[in-house]
Every structure is written in C-alpha cells, then in structure tokens.
Write a protein that binds this ligand. Structure first.
Ligand SMILES: Cc1cc2nc3c(=O)[nH]c(=O)nc-3n(C[C@H](O)[C@H](O)[C@H](O)COP(=O)(O)OP(=O)(O)OC[C@H]3O[C@@H](n4cnc5c(N)ncnc54)[C@H](O)[C@@H]3O)c2cc1C
Length: 429
C-alpha cells in the first residue's frame, strides 16, 4: 500500500455532509472542481470549460504545472509520434487504450502547432520543445484562460465531503467550495519538493478504492558499496547497451554514476525492476560479439584483449571490463589482463562473448522519489471507467493522470497519458 507522504490537516469524509444550507449558500459553486493544476488537471479544466462548464482548479503549489516546467531537461518531451498501450505499465493493460485512442498524440500536436510552439523529434519519435517547457505550460494556462476555467494556487484542501444531493463540498482555510463533479489530478509521489503528495491516494482510499503498491519509476539504480567500488572510476562514462529485466528490454545509453547506474536505458528498465531481480546488460547490442572475437583472433592474433576492447569502449570502460574478465574468467591473475588473443582458447572466447553480451548485475535499490520521474502503481483502475474516468464507487468523482495505476515509459508517454485521460474526463464532467 502507498504510504501517504503528507499529513492530512483534517479527516476526509465521504459521508453525508454536516454543512448547513446557509453555509452551502456561502460556498463558491462550480460545476467542476479539479484538484491539481498539473498536466492532466489543466487539460481536463480547459476541455470541460470549453463545453460551458464552470470550472475551478485548486492546487497547493505556488506555480501551476511545475513538472511540465522541469520536464525533458527544460524542453518538455510532450508526446511521442508512436503511442501504443504497450508503452504503459498498468495492472489492467487494456485500461489506457480508450482514452489514448480518443485524444491522440496528433490531437496534442495540433494544439501545440495552434500555439506555434516550435518542437523537434529528438530521437525515436520523442517530441521536445525547441525553446522551453514554458511553451507547454503557457499553452495549458492560455487554454484555461480562453475557456474560462479558473486556476487558484496556494490552496490546501482540508476536508472533502459528499452532500446529500451527491455534490461535493471542499473546505480550505477560510473558504468552502461546492461542485457536482470532483476531479482528482494530484499526480504521483516523485519529486516532493515540486508539490507531489499522496493526497489523491488518500481521497481514493476514503471512497473505498484499492491502491496498487507505489514505487519510484524511471529512477536511477543504486548499488551496494562492494559493487560500487568496482564502478567508482567509471562515474561519468556512458555507453549504448541493451538492458533486460525478465522479459523487458531497452536499448539506449547507460551512465555510470557515483551511486550506480543511470541513463535512459536504466531509467526505462527501473520501472520494471524490483529488489532482488538481476539486470542483464548486453554491452555490445549491435555486434555479433562471438564472430567479432573469433575473426579478430584469426586476423590479429597478437593484439591484446584490452586493445581490442578499446576499439568498442572508452579506455576506462575497457580497463574495467578487462578487470572484470580477469576476475570472472582468469581467476584474478593480473598477468592475464594483457593476454593476447592468440593465447585465448576457443572455449574462453565463448565465455568472453557471453560476458560482454550478458553482464549480470544486482542493483541494491531504486534511487527513489527524490529523483524519479514517475511513480509506478497508484489507484487501481478496475473501479474507474476507462471512458470517463469516473469512479464506480462514487458518482461525480473522477481520477486522471499519474495518480492512477498507469505509468508510461520514457519518451513523452507520461504527458500523453495526462493529456488523454484529462481530455476524456473533461468531456464528461
Ligand atoms: C524531472 C521530471 C521530468 C519529466 N519529464 C517528462 C517528459 O519529458 N515527458 C513526459 O512525458 N513525462 C515527464 N515526466 C513525468 C510527467 O511530469 C508526469 O507524468 C506528469 O506531470 C503527470 O501529470 P499529472 O497532471 O497527473 O500530475 P502532475 O503534473 O504531477 O500534477 C499534479 C498537481 O497536483 C498538485 N497537488 C499534489 N498534491 C496536492 C494537494 N494535496 N493539494 C492540491 N494540489 C496538489 C501538484 O502541486 C501538481 O501541480 C517528468 C517528471 C519529472 C519529475
């Protein structure tokens, strides 16, 4: 179960409210209130307000869409040219299909072009802003303004209650708000300093929804000090590798850090990894390593192994690999580290190829929410409509975006999920 990271100021209630009619008449009344002015919340707000709904977005942070601003290294990877349900992790793999099909990457790209935001395909269809993430945040706020949705920041919600007529009352310090549709768009737990909180999970639990265990996703991996001692000298080095965990594999850059491993391929696999599982790393994914070693043994018998490895890896990675091979295959006899190819038996050539293509490492842990881009797990989707995002437990209550048990892979998929789920709910509230 998720551990809420925040302290609720007062209890949430899902029982009939004790608020009197005179108090209700003093409340600000809205058709729709959305908690969370992030990617999903703002998309939902504008969509609903363009339909003529009176919409208020409440957020406890001092700025809207902080994660949009910090995303993609300041350039927001706002979607991907190819979006499939396979790009998402969810206990129900079909759940995300409907929303993704109804508001697609092309719909969001049309919106981006309408605002003349310059963008480019960085790699593999990942669309980034050419100038700044601010362009996407400004676009979302402009849509809210045009549609008439109101965004109110620095507002902490103390209490949520359901009234006898199934409307909701939200209490903040000094104010109460009434709405017929309440949308929870509070995101995941990653980067608490950016306003992330477990509030959405607590609201879900109050209404009887189940949570799927949460964890840091798209996170660097840490290693214990024994393994780290071997990596230490490599901090800052990167290479292209294929990283696998069970039946999931990603090819991309991996980066050695002073805590362990990071880089896109490691972030990708981290969302599928859990403690105790090994990672298998193919250090030369584009090469038939055995044939390469064999042909070099035949054509360049006097070259030593380290020199040969240096044709594929940086000097420091080659030295590290020779040391590893020395330990694993040559029982740590240092003289063997300068071994020439002609001195290596065929059986050993097979073992070296196996090592380079299947280096097995056991990470100690995920680096955690402090640095993770997303949260895996969240509100179970089995009691949420995949078409409208309405709770099947409480009429008028909706959950959208990352707070749900839907996690995208690296590459713009998490924002596409925010746009698609936010739009779907916005069409219905
Ligand atoms: C460093 C970083 C880089 C990223 N880069 C990318 C990228 O390039 N591409 C991509 O697709 N994804 C990226 N992501 C992931 C992406 O930012 C999220 O998946 C996405 O923002 C989720 O949208 P959301 O609206 O569900 O939640 P959020 O955008 O997190 O919005 C949630 C909002 O709810 C508010 N909130 C939380 N608790 C409360 C409360 N108690 N009361 C009131 N308001 C509350 C928060 O202040 C916040 O404004 C990145 C994430 C990080 C951390």
């Amino acid at each position: 179960m998720a551990k809420p990271l925040f302290r609720l100021i007062s209890l949430l209630e899902n029982t009939a409210s004790e608020i009197t009619m005179s108090e209700i008449s003093k409340s600000e009344k809205y058709d729709v209130i959305i908690i969370g002015a992030g990617a999903a919340g703002l998309m939902c707000a504008a969509t609903a307000a363009f339909r003529g709904r009176k919409v208020l977005v409440l957020d406890h942070a001092n700025k809207a869409a902080k994660k949009v601003l910090m995303s993609g290294g300041g350039r927001c990877n706002f979607t991907n040219l190819t979006v499939e349900s396979e790009n998402f992790i969810c206990s129900n793999p079909h759940f995300c299909k409907s929303a993704l099909n109804r508001y697609t990457q092309w719909d969001f790209i049309t919106l981006v072009e309408k605002y003349q935001v310059e963008y480019y395909d960085k790699t593999s269809g990942q669309l980034f802003c050419t100038k700044s993430s601010r362009d996407i945040r400004d676009l979302l706020l402009a849509e809210c303004q045009k549609s008439g949705a109101r965004v109110q920041l620095k507002t902490a919600i103390n209490k949520i209650s359901v009234n006898a007529d199934s409307t909701f009352t939200l209490q903040t310090i000094g104010n109460s708000y009434l709405c017929s549709s309440l949308v929870v768009a509070t995101g995941g737990l990653s980067i608490p300093t950016m306003g992330a909180s477990g509030f959405g999970y607590s609201i879900a639990q109050q209404f009887g929804h189940q949570l799927i265990t949460t964890n840091a996703g798209l996170s660097p991996l840490t290693f214990n000090s024994k393994i780290l001692n071997q990596f230490k000298a490599l901090a800052g080095n990167s290479l292209i590798a294929e990283v696998s965990c069970e039946h999931n594999s990603f090819t991309g850059s991996i980066l050695f850090t002073h805590k362990g491993l990071s880089g896109p391929a490691i972030l990708q696999i981290s969302s599928y990894w859990s403690k105790g599982k090994p990672l298998k790393i193919n250090l030369l994914p584009d090469l038939d390593v055995l044939s390469w070693l064999q042909s070099n043994k035949q054509d360049r018998p006097d070259i030593n192994l380290k020199t040969l490895l240096s044709t594929q890896f940086s000097q420091s990675i080659s030295a590290f690999l020779v040391a590893q091979l020395n330990n694993v295959l040559f029982n740590g006899t240092s003289s063997e580290s300068n071994i020439k190819l002609k001195q290596i038996e065929h059986k050993m050539i097979n073992q070296i190829a196996g090592f380079l293509q299947n280096w097995v490492v056991y990470p100690d842990d995920l680096e955690g929410y402090r640095v993770a881009e997303v949260t895996t797990g969240g509100i179970a989707t089995d009691e949420i409509s995949s078409k409208t995002f309405e709770s099947q437990r409480q009429r008028g209550l909706y959950f959208i975006g990352e707070v749900l048990d839907v996690t995208g892979q690296l590459g713009g998929f998490n924002f596409q999920w925010a746009w698609s789920s936010g739009h779907a709910a916005g069409e219905h509230v």
